[in-house]
Design a protein around this ligand. Structure first.
Ligand code: SF4
Length: 571
C-alpha cells in the first residue's frame, strides 16, 4: 500500500463506504467547508437514536459482564491507552474500545471480543460494532447465520440459526473490514479466517466471514487513496460528482454537487439513469454521453449498454427534460391515460413512524387522513348531504391507539362501500404509492391480534384488489415527466398542489417523535396541527393532481401530448 500522506486526515471506518468524490472533497483544502449542507432535523434524530441505542447496548454488556465502558472516557488518547491495557491483560470483552491510528487508519470499534491466542501467545481480538438497524439486508432466502448473544457473546459460543431473510449488511461488513485491517496493522487481529460481528436492532451478535468484504474493502481503499494522491500531487482529478440518490441525499456535499451537475446538465440527473448507467454512458464510443443533450440526441438503436436493453424511456426522459415545459408527455404506446373517476371519491393517506428501541418508541401508524368529494348531486341527496372534505382517523383525537385509528378508518370505509352497493353509485379510494398504505394496514393488523374492528390480512388484500382501490402513482408513472423524480411533492407542485415550506415526510417524523415526548401542551397542540395540515396537504395534492392530469388530457387542444411530438427535434 502507498504510505498514507501525513498531510491527509486519516481514513475512518466509513472511508470505503462513502462516495470516493466525497472522500476527496472532505480533504480538499480549497473547498470551503461552508459549502457543506447542514444536517437535517431527521438526520440528527436518527443519529441521536443511533448513539442512544449503542449506549444502551454497551450498558447492558457492562451490567452482564461486570466490565467498564471505555466509551465513557472523553479523551480519545486516554481511551485508546485504556483499550491497549485491556488488550494486554487479555480481557474477554472490551466495551467502548478505541484504537490508536496505524497505516492511515483510525477507528473505535464499539466492542472487541477476544479471539484465540496467537502463535506467540499474544492476545487477539475480533471487531464488533453496534448498529441501530437489522443485521441483514435484502430479501434473499433465509440462510443460517452465526449468532451469539449478549451473554454468551464469543464466536465459539455462537450457533448457526436462521434469523430471517437477507444477507449480512454489506456496508457493515466494510466497516468491520476497516477495523480488521487496523487491528492487523497493530498486530492484534486473530490468525486464521477473518471474522467480525454486528450487534443489530435485535441485540444479537451476527458474525460474518470478512474474506470477501476485505477484498472489496482493499479495492475501494486503493481507489480512494489514489484519488487523494492525485489531489495532493495536483494531478487531474480521479473523481467527479455523479448523482446517486442513495449516497447523495445523505451527503453534506449534496448542494454543492447538485449545483455543478445541474449547471452541466449531467445525465445522472435524468430519471432512470442510475449511477451505474451514468458511469457506463461515460465510456460509450465513439463519444461519451454525459449531458442531457447527449442522451436526448442519441438513438436507442445505437445505444448498446449491457444490462440496459431498452434505453428509449430514459432517452425520452432526457428529451422531456429539455423540452422547455414541465407538462408531462404521454408515452410512445397509445391508450387511455386518464385517471378513472367515481361518483364519490376519497383521497387517503397514512402517516407512520418506525420504532426506536433507544427512545422506547414503538412502531405506530398514527393517522389515516381522508378527503371526501361527492361528484354527483343525486348521490348527495340520497345520502342526506354527508360530510365532505378532510377527516382524519388518528390517535390525536377519538382513538387512543393505532389499532383503534385503523379500526375506525376501516369501519368508515366499509360503510361507504356498503352504501355504494346499496345505492348503486361508483366509489373510489385514491392513494399515492399505495404499497405504503397496504403495508401499514397489514402491520397494524399483525400488531393488533384480538383487537376489535381491525381488518384481517385477507380483508386488507381484498380491499387492495377491489374496484374501490386506485393507486394514482400507477397512472402518474405512465407519463414522461420532465422532472428528476415522480414523487407526489414533485409532480403535485406542477399540478398546483402546495405544502408548507420545507415540510416533508422526514420532518413529519421529527414532529411526531417530539409530539410523543413533549409534555408542553401548547407544543403538542401545535405539532398535532402541523401533522394534520401536512396530511391534509397530501390528500389535497392527490385530488389536485388527478384533476389536473384529466383536464390536461381533455383540454382542446390537449396540454399533454405524446413524447413522439419531440421526435426529429435536435436538442
Ligand atoms: S453529493 Fe454525491 S457525488 Fe457529491 S460527494 Fe456527496 S455522495 Fe459524492
Amino acid at each position: 500500500m502507498t504510505d498514507w500522506p501525513k498531510s491527509l486526515a486519516l481514513a475512518s471506518s466509513r472511508f470505503t463506504l462513502d462516495c470516493a468524490h466525497r472522500v476527496v472533497n472532505d480533504r480538499d483544502p480549497l473547498l470551503p467547508s461552508d459549502l457543506k449542507a447542514a444536517r437535517s432535523e431527521d438526520q440528527l434524530l436518527r443519529e441521536e437514536e443511533g448513539i442512544l441505542f449503542e449506549y444502551n447496548v454497551r450498558t447492558e454488556l457492562v451490567a452482564i459482564h461486570n466490565v467498564v465502558d471505555l466509551g465513557l472516557i472523553v479523551d480519545y488518547q486516554e481511551r485508546s491507552e485504556a483499550t491497549l491495557r485491556a488488550i494486554k491483560r487479555g480481557d474477554v470483552i472490551i466495551v467502548g474500545a478505541a484504537l490508536p491510528s496505524a497505516d492511515g487508519r483510525s477507528g473505535a470499534p464499539d466492542i472487541l471480543v477476544r479471539g484465540p491466542a496467537k502463535n506467540g501467545g499474544a492476545n487477539s481480538y475480533f471487531p464488533v460494532d453496534i448498529k441501530n438497524h437489522k443485521p441483514l439486508e435484502g430479501s434473499s432466502k433465509a440462510t443460517k447465520q452465526i449468532v451469539s448473544s449478549l451473554k454468551e457473546f464469543s464466536k465459539h459460543q455462537a450457533s448457526e440459526i436462521e434469523i430471517g431473510p437477507g444477507k449480512p449488511d454489506s456496508d457493515d461488513s466494510l466497516i468491520l473490514s476497516h477495523y480488521w485491517r487496523l487491528l492487523e496493522s497493530l498486530g492484534y487481529m486473530p490468525e486464521g479466517e477473518p471474522f467480525g460481528a454486528i450487534i443489530g436492532s435485535d441485540k444479537k451478535l451476527v458474525w460474518r466471514s470478512l474474506v470477501e468484504p476485505l477484498r472489496d474493502y482493499d479495492t475501494q481503499f486503493a481507489v480512494r487513496l489514489a484519488a487523494l494522491m492525485a489531489l495532493i500531487d495536483q494531478k487531474p482529478p480521479h473523481t467527479r460528482p455523479i448523482w446517486n440518490s442513495s449516497w447523495c441525499e445523505k451527503c453534506h456535499w449534496q448542494d454543492h454537487c447538485k449545483e455543478k451537475l445541474l449547471a452541466e446538465q449531467h445525465v445522472s440527473l435524468i430519471k432512470g439513469v442510475s449511477y451505474t448507467r451514468a458511469v457506463a454512458l461515460d465510456s460509450v464510443k465513439p463519444a461519451p454521453i454525459r449531458t442531457w443533450a447527449d442522451l436526448a440526441n442519441t438513438s436507442a438503436a445505437d445505444l448498446k449498454i449491457k444490462g440496459w436493453p431498452k434505453p428509449q424511456l430514459e432517452i425520452d426522459h432526457a428529451r422531456a427534460r429539455l423540452s422547455g415545459t414541465n407538462i408531462p408527455f404521454t408515452p410512445r404506446e397509445s391508450g387511455d391515460f386518464s385517471v378513472p373517476r367515481a361518483d364519490v371519491e376519497i383521497d387517503f393517506d397514512m402517516e407512520s413512524i418506525g420504532k426506536s428501541e433507544a427512545n422506547g418508541r414503538l412502531d405506530c401508524v398514527y393517522l389515516w387522513g381522508t378527503l371526501t368529494s361527492i361528484r354527483s348531486k343525486e348521490v348527495r341527496q340520497v345520502l342526506g348531504n354527508p360530510k365532505e372534505g378532510f377527516h382524519g382517523f388518528s390517535i390525536f383525537e377519538k382513538n387512543e391507539t393505532e389499532s383503534e385509528a385503523l379500526a375506525s378508518f376501516w369501519a368508515w370505509a366499509q360503510d361507504w362501500i356498503a352504501k355504494s352497493k346499496e345505492h348503486n353509485f361508483s366509489l373510489k379510494f385514491y392513494c399515492f404509492s399505495g404499497t405504503a398504505e397496504l403495508t401499514a394496514m397489514k402491520d397494524v393488523s399483525k400488531r393488533s391480534i384480538g383487537k376489535g374492528g381491525v381488518p384481517s390480512i385477507e380483508e386488507i388484500d381484498g380491499f387492495k384488489k377491489s374496484e374501490f382501490w386506485l393507486d394514482i402513482r400507477d397512472h402518474v408513472k405512465k407519463f414522461i415527466w420532465s422532472t428528476e423524480n415522480q414523487q407526489l411533492k414533485t409532480v403535485g407542485k406542477i399540478a398546483g398542489a402546495k405544502w408548507e415550506e420545507g415540510a416533508n415526510g422526514q420532518l413529519s417524523i421529527v414532529w411526531f417523535d417530539t409530539w410523543t415526548r413533549s409534555t408542553d401542551v401548547a407544543e403538542r397542540e401545535s405539532l398535532k396541527n402541523r401533522l394534520l395540515e401536512y396530511n391534509t396537504n397530501d390528500v389535497e395534492a392527490t385530488l389536485i393532481l388527478r384533476n389536473w392530469i384529466n383536464d390536461s388530457l381533455e383540454s382542446v387542444p390537449p396540454r399533454i401530448v405524446s413524447i413522439e411530438s419531440l421526435d426529429g427535434h435536435v436538442f
